[in-house]
Design a protein around this ligand. Structure first.
Ligand code: RTP
Ligand code: MG
Length: 141
């Protein structure tokens, strides 16, 4: 059917505020099919590995502190044009710039504590999915 995959995390701020259910509902209402889902907590080592690309950025230490501060929800989503459509659904990195009705507009706290992650390319989606899920944890239905 030409579907492809993206990877998402509901970040610790949104989980702690009790927004997980509303965010998942918005994701499924927008045509994304959940094919894997888990509650987990990143260790400092795994957070550093996941965000290694940002290790020289000014916000890196804050980002790691934030991402290990509490549970996250990790999921694999399928849809036609999944990566780009999901980036549109979550909105700009800074919630002040995020379009009306996007997940970050509705649920983000600030530019670092911004509620949700979405992969930025098909290549990175595949890497991030493999980082969080074994192939047998991804359901075909
Ligand atoms: P993500 O990877 O989480 O989907 O977000 P993104 O592509 O929109 O943003 P990216 O540039 O990849 O940054 C990764 C995460 O780092 C935090 N951040 N803080 N100026 C700041 O304080 C700042 N900039 C980025 C955010 O949590 C961002 O999502
Ligand atoms: Mg990114």
């Amino acid at each position: 059917m030409g579907n492809n995959r993206t990877f998402t995390m509901i970040k610790p701020d949104a989980f702690a505020k009790g927004n997980t259910g509303a965010i998942i509902q918005k994701i499924t209402n927008s045509g994304f099919k959940i094919v894997a889902l888990k509650l987990t907590k990143l260790s400092p080592e795994r957070a550093a590995e996941f965000y290694a690309i940002h290790k020289d950025k000014s916000f890196y230490n804050n980002l790691i502190e934030f991402m290990i501060s509490g549970p996250i929800i990790a999921a694999v989503l399928e849809k036609k044009n999944a990566v780009d459509d999901f980036r549109a659904l979550i909105g700009a990195t800074n919630p002040e710039d995020a379009a009306e009705g996007t997940i970050r507009n509705l649920y983000a706290t600030n530019v670092t504590n911004n509620a949700i992650h979405g992969s930025d390319s098909d290549e990175n989606a595949a890497i991030e999915i493999a980082f969080h899920f074994k192939e047998e944890e991804i359901v075909t239905y």
